[in-house]
Write a protein that binds this ligand. Sequence first.
Ligand SMILES: [Ca+2]
Length: 215
Amino acid sequence: MRPLRHLSAFALILALPWVAGCPGVLELKSKQAKGGPAKSTVAPILYDDFEKGFGGGWTYACTEGGASAAVSEEDQTVHSGKKAMKVTFKSGTGSWGAGFGWGTPYMPKAGYFNAKGTIGIELWVKGPRGAGFQISLKEGKQNGGDEEVYLAPQGTCTGVWKRYFFAYDGFTRGIYSGNQGGDDRLEIGSLASMDIQIAEKQGDGIMYFDDIYFK
Ligand SMILES: [Ca+2]
């Protein structure tokens, strides 16, 4: 083994000047810096854990396709604590499924969350294996927000409780809802509400949501 170890140390020394001068490595570094902080610089900010009770919801659906959603408080199937949120859905056969939102009791008095310093949303979801859901955030009007809507990449349920993390870097601006004449930039200092959409053409079922944080 000893000769081999000597050989790899020798190879590393030979490679070092090449790595240091490699344009590819330097380019990658500058790209990461432009994408914002790689780690949160503040404590996690609770959006909702449903322990304070369900703040009332709103739903919408592609009814021509037979989709629907009903949202309520759940006290049996929870990720942590005593309560979660339950969504009973029919995904329908239309061009989109159903969506819902709710009023979180943790909403700051200002009417929006200032999530500056966080890098994304973490939440726990349990739903039918393969069923897709998508978080969206709407900006407020104050503190730099201009009421645009931004969508996270779709999450896919596994049949058991699973943790999801969606970095803001992967969000895209909504073209069917929210301000269409805004600054085209997600302002995390002004997050006024959260919606969740359930994808179409994936049958009927129940999804549970719990422990939603800006992190
Ligand atoms: Ca904006």
